[in-house]
Design a protein around this ligand. Structure first.
Ligand code: ZN
Ligand code: ZN
Length: 412
């Protein structure tokens, strides 16, 4: 039966309504975030807004306090939902490494052993506003990441203009939802200020109407005081975040870039001046999604891409029908990268792990880079065979069973 893209999805995302909504794997935190917003508003409506209406305005105009608060809350929740439920800018994975970049080679070690290797340049240079920018190869997605794109380790996807993975929203913040994320955070700040000032106004009204002191008024309206404390604490968090992102927007940086490149005094090629930067975030035409999660996956004939590896195993082990899958554990750090390659032996009794050792060297754009040499070790690490055998491991086994995404193909 034909499967849809979201059913064959290799990232860690959660889908709802037949792939119409996409969330991060930690979407369970979303109800908690909603509760943090809705609970104080409920207390405001019941204990502050209604009493304030009676105390201050004995006519219907007093409803305005309540209506304004509820409308602002609905606005905040809608922005939260948009941020959380839409494609943040995921770059569709390739089904195989870019063939034009692969270089097959054989290296001869000091003991005269021949090791077949496959080489993929780790980095490539692309021009951004006339400035060369180094982009990296993503082993999981098997593509060269576009500039500003990064692989989210939580969602296991490459995301364009990756800002950060927000655990409160349960989604990556990227090119397609950054605008809504910022509006969510800033409107949440406004909501905090509104609730705080309304509660303070209520205490003031209580004080004036009953000719009491501040302390007495506060004792008589404990909910208003609690709300003020809650909003004051929240304001440090959301207000601080709004200020930080305002700074990032004016300088056209992402959170990721700010944290990562803070110490380097590198020129920010994306900074086009304050007003242009604001225009880019808030007024530019939204980037369309590169994924159609509801499209049917298109079967693709297997490609004979063979990653040459060296196998070392105990004698007598059945070495047929190996499947292996390369997993990107971490975002590639400057020069050191560890890849772990997992091997599943088909008989299921022995699912050993392999480790790919990658000799990373500083790669210049034109240079062919690190040699991927894979050593497979089966479960018993001590019993490594002395007569190491060479073998070609077909990594396309995962390609064989994989399908291509119709939508993804279109985009390329
Ligand atoms: Zn990736
Ligand atoms: Zn993420």
């Amino acid at each position: 039966m034909a499967r849809r893209v979201f059913e064959a999805w290799k990232g860690s995302n959660k889908f709802l309504f037949g792939g119409r909504l996409i969330f991060g794997p930690d979407v369970w935190s979303l109800p908690f975030t909603i509760l943090l917003i809705v609970t104080p508003v409920c207390f405001f409506s019941v204990f502050v807004a209604t009493h304030l209406r009676q105390e201050l305005l004995p006519n219907n105009a007093g409803h305005a306090f309540l209506v304004a608060g509820v409308l602002l809350t609905v606005f905040v929740l809608i922005l939260l939902f948009i941020t959380s439920a839409r494609d943040p800018g995921i770059v569709p994975r390739n089904m195989h490494p870019p063939e034009e970049e692969i270089c097959y080679d054989t290296t001869i070690s000091s003991d005269g052993r021949q090791t077949p290797t496959v080489q993929i340049p780790r980095t490539k240079e692309v021009m951004v506003y006339g400035v060369p920018v180094r982009v990296k190869y993503c082993d999981t997605c098997m593509l060269y990441r576009p500039p500003r794109c990064s692989h989210c380790s939580i969602c296991n996807n490459c995301v364009e203009r990756f800002d950060h993975h927000c655990p409160w929203v349960g989604q990556c913040i990227g090119v397609r939802n950054y605008r809504y994320f910022f509006m969510f955070v800033s409107s949440a700040t406004l909501l905090c200020i509104y609730l705080f000032s309304m509660s303070a106004l209520y205490v003031k009204v209580m004080m004036d109407n009953h000719q009491g002191t501040v302390w007495r008024a506060m004792r008589e309206s404990p909910w208003a005081v609690l709300l003020m404390i809650y909003c004051f604490i929240s304001l440090w968090f959301v207000g601080g975040l709004t200020g930080f992102h305002l700074y990032l927007i004016t300088t056209n940086q992402t959170t990721y870039e700010n944290f990562r490149y803070r110490s380097d005094n590198r020129i920010n090629v994306y900074n086009r001046g304050c007003s242009n930067n604001f225009f880019e975030i808030f007024c530019s035409k939204g980037k369309p999604s590169r994924n159609d999660f509801r499209a049917f996956v298109k079967e693709e004939s297997p490609r004979n891409i063979r990653l040459a590896t060296t196998w070392e195993r105990a004698e007598g082990e059945n070495r047929e029908e190996r499947r292996q899958k390369v997993e990107d554990e971490l975002d590639i750090d400057e020069d050191i990268m560890n890849l772990q390659q997992r091997s599943n032996v088909e008989d299921g009794s022995d699912s050993g792990h392999q480790k790919i050792d990658i000799d990373i060297m500083r790669v210049e754009s034109s240079e062919r880079a690190p040699t991927i040499r894979s050593e497979a070790r089966h479960g018993n690490w001590g019993a490594r065979s002395s007569n190491a055998q060479e073998d070609i491991v077909d990594v396309s086994s995962s390609v064989r069973e994989s399908r291509s995404y119709a939508a993804a193909e279109e985009g390329r």
